[in-house]
Design a binder for this molecule. Structure first.
Ligand code: ADP
Length: 255
């Protein structure tokens, strides 16, 4: 049941009682559940053939007998198939959990290595967009965490910073630590985010009007999943931003 309540007052504003409305929302909740199950099922079915496509494209890319122009085209297929795979993964993550906490499996891993790998994987995209990508990180930083999920956090923040920054801009990734905490900071000189939007950034499917208008590809799921992963690690994420000047995303987690 969904309940809404409001006070009832006389004409001169005196309290005269309260009205309660009870609505049976069983059908609505059932429809929501069916929708999530459907999205989870479809995403799962899409993932299997895509994994095979990525595998074979990779094999062809590494084939020495391939002419260079074909390898270039295969790289484009590969990049787009990876994008599709990430989107399907995000949809699956969102539908499967239905508001419950993100399950994580912690092992000891090197956070510095994860950040370096993520930045280097993004470098070709930054280069082709004319964006200067700068990294500052200690050599090694062992942390108990879900390495795959934390890699997803860094990938999301770095790829957003590149996506929402104009050519000629700069993206700076910094990894820092003190005794109890680690901090990953991703700063860009991009389009920025209005103060009202900053609060809604981490909700599912939210995209700023600016991002949608510029036709930058995205589903608005990355940051909501990013926040869930960070919070499952006992950490927090926040953002400082100014429209037209850039944004700074900061993740803090216990070591
Ligand atoms: P997506 O990028 O796929 O749309 P996200 O959940 O990662 O989804 O981000 C949600 C929205 O937040 C984006 O659509 C964009 O409007 C805004 N945003 C995220 N990162 C940045 C950034 N670095 N600079 C400006 N806007 C950003």
């Amino acid at each position: 049941l969904s309940v809404s309540a409001r006070t009832v007052r006389t004409e001169d504003g005196e309290f005269a009682g309260a009205a309660l409305a009870y609505t049976d929302v069983t059908d609505f909740m059932r429809a929501l559940q069916v929708k999530d199950e459907f999205v989870a099922l479809v995403s799962h079915e899409l993932r299997t053939p895509l994994t095979s496509i990525v595998g074979y494209v990779q094999l062809l890319e590494e084939d020495d007998t391939m002419p260079p122009h074909a390898v270039e085209q295969l790289r484009v297929v590969h990049r787009n198939a990876e994008r599709l795979r990430r989107l399907i993964g995000d949809l699956l993550d969102t539908a499967q959990r239905d508001g419950s906490p993100m399950p994580i499996t912690r092992t000891q891993a090197d956070l510095a290595g994860i950040v370096v790998d993520s930045v280097e994987a993004a470098r070709p995209v930054a280069d082709s967009a004319g964006i200067d990508l700068v990294l500052s990180s200690p050599e090694r930083l062992p942390v108990r965490m879900d390495a795959q999920r934390i890699a997803q956090v860094v990938d999301n923040l770095v790829s957003n910073a590149i996506k929402y920054t104009e050519p000629g801009g700069r993206v700076t990734v910094q990894l820092g630590t003190d005794l109890d905490w680690v901090e990953i900071q991703v700063a860009d000189t991009g389009i920025g985010i209005a103060p009202d939007d900053c609060e809604r950034l981490f909700t599912r499917f939210f995209r700023t009007e600016d991002a949608a208008r510029r036709a930058v590809a995205g589903a608005g799921l990355g940051l909501s999943i990013t926040k869930d992963i960070v919070e499952s690690h006992g950490g927090r994420i926040d953002v400082d931003s100014a429209v037209g000047q850039g944004s700074v995303f900061r993740v803090r987690m216990p070591r």
